[in-house]
Design a protein around this ligand. Structure first.
Ligand code: UDP
Length: 467
C-alpha cells in the first residue's frame, strides 16, 4: 500500500523546533541520497502488535518528508501463521522440549510461501528499491529480493531469550536467509546471537506516537473512567446508568468481552493492568498468580489483563484459554481478576479503550519473558503511570530501576512482582514520581521523531554503501 505522508510539523510542539529540524535535515539528505528509490517495508500484519503500531506511526512521517515509502503484508495461509508463531516461540525461548526437526519439517512450506510472496512483490518493486523486511515471518524473502537486485535490510523486533540454548534452533533455522541481508537492524544491542552471519548490524530504538488515539491526552475532553464504563470495565461513578454520557457513547460504543467472577471493577478501586497480545511470551498466567498470591488484598486493587479480541485468531484463542484456566484455578482468590478482550473492529475505538485503561491504571505491569522492545512500557510511562516490568530485552532500555519504574530481579519472580505492586499501591507519592520520571524519559528518547531519525540514518548508510 502507498502511504499518505504526514509532514513532521505535528510533533514540533511536543519535542521542540531543534529536534524536529534535525530530523527534517537528515531526511532531506536521505532523499538526495536515495535519488528517487522507493523504500518498501514488508511485515506480517497491518494491525496487531508492536510492529504494526510502529510502522503506522513512522512510515507516514518518512513519506511526509519526501521519501517514497510503501508497506506490504506477507499474509499467508493458516499453516504459515501457525508455523511462524511456533518459530517465534522458539526465538523467544518459550518452547521448551521443541526439537530442531519440527522446524525442519515446516521449512518447505515456509520457503514456498516466501517464494510466492516474492514473486508477487518483485515486479512492483524494481531493482533499485530498498526493502526492509520485518521479523522472522519475512526473513525467507531475503534471498529472493537480493537476487532481484534490491538492497535488503532485515529488521528484527524480537528480543533475546532468557535461555539462549532454547532459542538456538530458531536462529539456526533463520541463518540461511538472514545471512544474505545487507544489514540487520535490532531494537537494542546484542539481540542476534554470536556466530554467523557476519552482516552489518545497526540499532534503531522503537517509539510511540504521542498523538495517536492510543496515546493522545484524554482530559479534559474525555474522562478515562467514563470511557472504561462505556466499555463495561468499571462501574459508572455515582451509579449513573451506562450510556448516560454522550461523549462516552460517541467514543467507546462496543463493550469489551470480559471473563470475571462478578461485575465491572468499582469506580474507585485501584487498577493494576497488563496490556498485551494473547501470547505465551507475555506470561499472563504468571501475572494472574503473582497478583492473587502476593498483592495485599487490603488495597482492594483489581487486576485487568487486557488484550485484543481473539475471534478468528486460533493461536490467541489457545493462549486465552490457558489464561482463563490459570484464573479458574484460583477459585475465589481470582474474584478481583478480569480477563478483557477489547473489540478490534474499530481501530481507533480499540486504541482509545487501551489508552483509557493505561491512564486509569494505578500500576502497569509488563511481565514478559522476552521482549524486543515492549511499546506498552513507554505507552504507560508516557501517561505518567508507574511500571513494574520484567528485566528483559528492550524493557531494560526503557525502565531505569527505581527512577522511572521497578524492574523485577527475574521475569519469573512472582513474589517480587507482588511486592513491587504493593510498594506502589502503598506509596502513591513514589508511584507518581516514577510516573513523572518515566514520562520525561519517553519524551527524551522514545517518541516518533527519535525512531524516524534513527531509521533515516540507517537509510542514508544503506543508500551509500549497499549498491
Ligand atoms: N495492543 C493493543 N491492544 C491490545 C493489546 C496490545 O492495541 O489489546 C498494542 C499495545 O498498546 C502496543 C502493541 O499492541 O502498542 C504491542 O506492542 P509491544 O511492543 O508491547 O509488544 P508486541 O505485541 O509487539 O510483542
Amino acid at each position: 500500500m502507498e502511504l499518505p505522508g504526514t509532514p513532521l510539523d505535528w510533533i514540533e510542539p511536543i519535542v521542540g523546533a531543534e529536534r524536529t529540524e534535525t530530523v527534517r535535515d537528515t531526511l532531506r539528505g536521505v532523499c538526495e541520497l536515495l535519488d528517487g528509490r522507493t523504500v518498501w517495508h514488508i511485515s506480517d500484519n497491518p494491525v496487531r502488535g508492536g510492529v504494526a503500531e510502529l510502522l503506522r506511526a513512522n512510515l507516514p512521517c518518512l513519506a511526509g518528508e519526501g521519501i517514497s515509502t510503501r508497506w506490504a503484508i506477507i499474509g499467508g495461509p493458516p499453516e504459515f501463521r501457525a508455523f511462524t508463531k511456533s518459530l517465534y516461540y522458539r526465538l523467544c525461548g518459550v518452547a521448551p522440549g521443541a526439537k530442531a526437526a519440527d522446524l525442519e519439517r515446516g521449512r518447505r512450506m515456509y520457503e514456498r510461501i516466501c517464494a510466492e510472496t516474492a514473486a508477487r512483490l518483485v515486479p512492483a518493486m524494481g531493482r533499485r528499491s530498498i526493502v526492509v523486511l520485518h521479523d522472522h515471518q519475512t526473513a525467507g524473502l531475503i534471498p529472493h529480493l537480493r537476487e532481484a537486485g534490491c538492497t535488503v535490510l532485515w529488521r528484527v523486533h524480537v528480543g533475546t531469550a532468557l535461555r539462549e540454548d532454547l532459542a538456538a534452533p530458531g536462529w539456526e533455522f533463520l541463518y540461511r536467509y538472514i545471512s544474505s541481508a545487507h544489514c540487520h537492524i535490532t531494537s537494542y544491542p546484542g539481540v542476534l546471537p554470536a556466530g554467523p552471519p557476519a552482516v552489518d548490524r545497526r540499532v534503531v530504538q522503537p517509539s510511540i506516537d504521542p498523538l495517536s488515539p492510543k496515546n493522545i491526552p484524554l482530559r479534559p475532553d474525555a474522562d478515562p473512567s467514563r470511557l472504561l464504563a462505556g466499555a463495561g470495565l468499571i462501574e459508572e461513578a455515582g451509579g449513573a446508568p451506562r450510556g448516560r454520557h454522550a461523549l462516552t457513547d460517541l467514543l467507546v460504543r462496543h463493550p469489551a468481552r470480559v471473563v470475571r467472577a462478578g461485575g465491572p471493577a468499582p469506580a474507585g478501586a485501584p487498577l493494576v493492568t497488563q496490556v498485551s497480545r494473547w501470547d505465551r511470551v507475555k506470561d499472563v498466567p504468571g501475572v494472574i498468580r503473582g497478583f492473587a498470591e502476593y498483592v495485599d488484598p487490603a488495597f482492594g486493587a483489581h487486576l485487568m489483563l487486557v488484550g485484543p479480541d481473539t475471534r478468528g485468531d486460533r493461536q490467541a484463542e489457545q493462549v486465552f484459554a490457558e489464561c482463563r484456566q490459570a484464573w479458574e484455578d484460583l477459585g475465589p482468590r481470582g474474584r478481583r481478576v478480569h480477563l478483557v478482550q477489547v473489540p478490534t473492529d474499530n481501530r481507533s475505538e480499540h486504541a482509545l479503550t487501551v489508552n483509557a485503561v493505561q491512564r486509569h491504571s494505578a500500576v502497569v505491569i509488563q511481565k514478559s519473558l522476552a521482549e524486543g522492545f515492549g511499546l506498552t512500557v513507554s505507552e504507560a510511562a508516557w501517561k505518567g503511570r508507574p511500571v513494574v516490568a520484567a528485566p528483559v530485552g528492550g524493557i531494560r532500555e526503557q525502565v531505569e530501576h527505581g527512577t522511572t519504574g521497578l524492574l523485577l530481579s527475574d521475569p519469573r519472580d512472582l513474589r517480587g512482582l507482588g511486592e513491587a505492586v504493593n510498594r506502589l499501591l502503598s506509596d502513591r507519592d513514589y508511584a507518581r514520581e516514577l510516573g513523572r520520571n518515566g514520562h520525561q524519559r519517553v519524551l527524551r528518547r522514545f517518541l516518533t521523531d527519535s525512531s524516524v531519525l534513527g531509521f533515516a540514518r540507517v537509510l542514508a548508510d544503506a543508500a551509500q554503501r549497499y549498491q
